[in-house]
Design a protein around this ligand. Structure first.
Ligand SMILES: [Zn+2]
Length: 354
């Protein structure tokens, strides 16, 4: 069984705080911020905020800190970069300043009262970019709506099972509902992802909720481990499961470029319809480059596929499985060098239609 695992795990020794969420050494600031209890409290009342992310340094950082006296305690940070993440909805705002390499929140301000006497506690950022509610905002890309389950989900006190998947929640018996949703999500998507990925992996996908995980999800072979703590907080984040299912069907040997491994996994998630207002194929400050992985790489792949080569993903898959991927393949598939394709993507906001 080939080992398929979030490529970022390779970076584990260097970047202990990061998991599938990592971006070559930087956390995903939006997910790190959403994991904070103060922000979750804010989001409970303001579920669809406009989210802004900026990586600030030097004078820009000083100016931003000057706007927020409550963050005075970090004013003496010199020569540093910090992520500034703001949420805004109906005049209600919340802002968080994060240390970029660890995701540690250095200052949190929310005008939504938080029922706690404690100052903001640094929270480990353990979250894979794991957006998504299937009912979320559609993107420009036509995405099939998740189909209703064809095969029934059968659950016991510790496990749910369908034709394609099993979900073991013995380590988190409180997550029976989430286990059932995970089983439905897996069943609804397994066959179509397998087809899209042209995978010959016919084994049942095993999903297991685990305690004490650093990441929202990770995949090894046919085993998808999901963080019980994460899904207790984000029970509707079914796209995280679809992302991991893509890893199952990738079946790449180790050593493939992580931007493509993670970019294709997010591409599949959005293709299957699991995007929302804050996780969809796009490039922004948090993930600015096609090599950043996740949703920015997914946006790039969508762009090239739509504009130049509808068979892009199967061809890339085949090359990656055979350990034959090379940037030059973009020239072969799409007729232009990868850098030129990226420039076009950037210039068009990675949209093929206006
Ligand atoms: Zn991943």
């Amino acid at each position: 069984m080939s080992l398929t695992r979030c490529a970022s795990l390779v970076l584990l020794a260097a970047v202990l705080m990061l998991g599938c969420a990592s971006n070559g050494g930087h956390v995903d600031p939006v997910n790190a911020t959403r994991a904070l209890p103060q922000i979750q409290s804010y989001l409970a009342e303001h579920p669809n905020p406009k989210i802004t992310v900026a990586l600030l340094t030097g004078d820009q950082l000083s100016a931003k800190l000057a706007e927020y006296p409550a963050c005075a305690s970090i004013k003496n940070i010199k020569n540093q970069s910090l992520y500034f993440v703001s949420f805004e909805e109906n005049q209600a705002t919340a802002i968080v300043l994060l240390e970029p390499s660890t995701g540690q929140p250095l200052c949190i301000i929310s005008n939504n009262p938080v029922p706690t006497q404690n100052p903001p506690t640094p929270v480990a950022t353990t979250i894979a970019p794991s957006p998504t509610k299937p009912t979320a905002t559609p993107t420009a890309t036509p995405s099939p709506t998740p189909a209703p389950a064809v095969n029934p989900v059968r659950c016991t006190a510790i496990q749910c099972a369908t034709t394609a998947c099993t979900v073991d929640f013995s380590a988190a018996p409180n997550l029976a509902d989430e286990a059932q949703k995970a089983a439905e999500t897996c069943e609804d998507n397994a066959a179509k992802i397998k087809r899209k990925m042209q995978s010959d992996n016919h084994e049942i996908i095993q999903i297991k909720f685990q305690q004490g995980m650093q990441y929202a999800g990770q995949t090894t072979g046919n085993l998808i481990e999901l963080s019980a703590a994460y899904f207790a907080r984000q029970p509707d984040d079914l796209g995280a499961i679809v992302h991991e299912m893509a890893h199952v069907y990738q079946g790449y040997p180790s050593g493939q470029p992580s931007w493509l491994t993670e970019g294709i996994a997010d591409y599949i998630r959005y293709w299957a319809g699991y995007n929302n207002s804050w996780s969809y194929a796009h490039c922004a400050a948090a993930l600015p480059n096609y090599t950043s992985g996740y949703w920015c790489s997914a946006a790039f792949l969508q762009f090239v596929e739509e504009k130049y080569d509808s068979n892009l993903i199967p061809q890339l898959n085949a090359a990656l499985r055979q350990n034959k991927y090379d940037d030059k393949l973009f020239q072969e598939y799409a007729g232009k060098p990868v850098d030129q394709l990226w420039q076009e993507c950037r210039q068009n906001n990675c949209k093929t239609t206006s």
